[in-house]
Design a binder for this molecule. Structure first.
Ligand code: PLP
Length: 425
């Protein structure tokens, strides 16, 4: 980094500041993590200089012997990690992985059945101005209004009615597990492909702490940077040789040009880490932390401010705070937690009465803290800090919004600093 500081002190300064932000605060955005230094070393390597259009052994450029070895290792490791017969590790991102699968399996104008964005789905599952919503006829399933869980009978009804060519199971904001076997039954009944997007819970799947979609789906996509803790990027898995062929040609040359071999090297390192005992322990603490958080945010002292969590708990790495009955809104909640150096994101909850820029929800995840070594005791403390911050905010909003007293916020911020210092990055 000495060269960078000398050549471009502005950028070097911002990188340093970002390191400070990550180190001194607590990262609780559910889709984020702290990747390993070894992953960043691979990603910051000379592999970034190499063009390698094509696939290992079948490139359109010379000099690919080393990147071929790297990409082959990434493919073999991810296949072993998830028990899949075929893998494509080239998608630049989760969105590119999803675009490639749709490019491979369906045609513009075909019908896609996916989870409503406002109920926890992802942009690429059919949002109006995303490529998915532009190119395909989108039918959305939602969660049940009373349980806030996906109602599989409703999915079946919509599938029979709309006859989709593709059904997408997966989510960006949902605190429970999906029934992959039932999704496949429905897909088979209506003659659709089933794609599971496990971007959020891939790290849990890799360690056996969440059911695997691989035996059920025609094709599985994921990001590599969320619970999986690798570099930013995407992957596609399948057990079907025919689909694998179509997917490969949809990724390149269908959607992308030269693969990012430096990122693929980072993915390979991350897959190696993900196969370790230590990674399983980390995912166990991730789950335990989310459970502790959900439990704390359903206690009476929180409930009396109209604050709770959707579905009353969690089976995964995040909890969704429901502020619909609270005077505190999602924006205020996000800002208050930011003021004590806990980073989260406001998130619309299903049937949200507040506008999308404000929202009545917060999505709070534990993967990054588990990576920092948080265990039960530390998660109990952070859950308590969050509960106290949000209830103080709700009390202030109810009293007309004078704001939470500075000394209260300072005290909470100090507790965050103690936790951060005790768990160095
Ligand atoms: N799929 C799901 C379920 C996601 O939550 C996300 C990201 O939030 C993506 C895909 C897209 O990943 P990326 O941001 O890498 O394009």
């Amino acid at each position: 980094t000495a060269e960078l500081a000398q050549l471009d002190p502005e950028i070097a300064g911002h990188i340093d500041a970002e390191l400070g932000r990550q180190r001194d605060g607590l990262e609780m955005i559910a889709s984020e993590n702290h990747t390993a230094a070894a992953v960043m070393q691979a990603q910051g390597s000379v592999l970034t200089n190499k063009y390698a259009e094509g696939y290992p052994g079948r490139r359109y450029y010379g000099g690919c012997e080393h990147v071929d070895a790297v990409e082959t290792l990434a493919i073999e490791r991810v296949k072993a990690l998830f028990g899949a017969d075929f893998a494509n590790v080239q998608p630049h991102s989760g969105a590119q992985a999803n675009a490639s699968v749709m490019h491979a399996l369906i045609r513009p104008g075909d019908t896609v059945l996916g989870l409503n964005l406002a109920h926890g789905g992802h942009l690429t599952h059919g949002m109006k101005i995303n490529f998915s919503g532009r190119l395909y006829n989108i039918v959305a399933y939602g969660v049940d209004e009373s349980t806030h869980q996906v109602d599989m009978d409703e999915v079946a009804r919509l599938a029979r009615e709309s006859k989709p060519q593709l059904i997408i199971a997966g989510w960006s904001a949902y605190p429970r597990q999906l029934d992959f076997a039932r999704f496949r039954e429905i897909a088979d009944e209506v003659g659709a492909y089933l794609m599971v997007d496990m971007a959020h819970f891939a790290g849990l799947v890799a360690t056996g702490l969440h059911p695997s979609p691989v035996p059920h789906a025609h094709v599985v996509t994921s990001t590599t940077h969320k619970t999986l803790a690798g570099p930013r990027g995407g992957i596609i898995l399948t057990n079907d040789a025919d689909i694998a062929k179509k997917v490969n040609s949809a990724v390149f040359p269908g959607q992308q040009g030269g693969p990012l071999e430096h990122v693929i090297a980072g993915k390979a390192v991350a897959f190696k880490v993900a196969a370790s005992e230590g990674f399983r322990d980390r995912q166990e603490r991730t789950l335990a932390g989310a459970r502790i958080l959900a439990e704390r945010l359903t206690q009476p002292d929180v409930a009396e401010h109209g604050i709770t969590v959707l579905t009353g708990g969690t089976d995964v790495h995040l909890a969704l705070v429901d502020l619909r009955d609270s005077p505190l809104d999602g924006q205020q909640g996000e800002d208050l937690l930011a003021a004590v150096d806990i980073t989260t994101n406001r998130n619309a909850v299903p049937f949200d009465p507040r506008p999308p820029m404000v929202t009545s929800g917060l999505r709070i995840g534990t993967p990054a803290l588990a990576t920092r070594g948080f265990g039960e005791e530390a998660f109990l403390e952070v859950a308590d800090i969050i509960a106290e911050t949000l209830t103080a905010g709700a009390a202030s909003a109810a009293a007309g919004g004078a704001g939470v007293p500075t000394e209260v916020l300072n005290g909470l911020g100090e507790r965050v600093r103690v936790l951060a210092a005790a768990h160095p990055l």
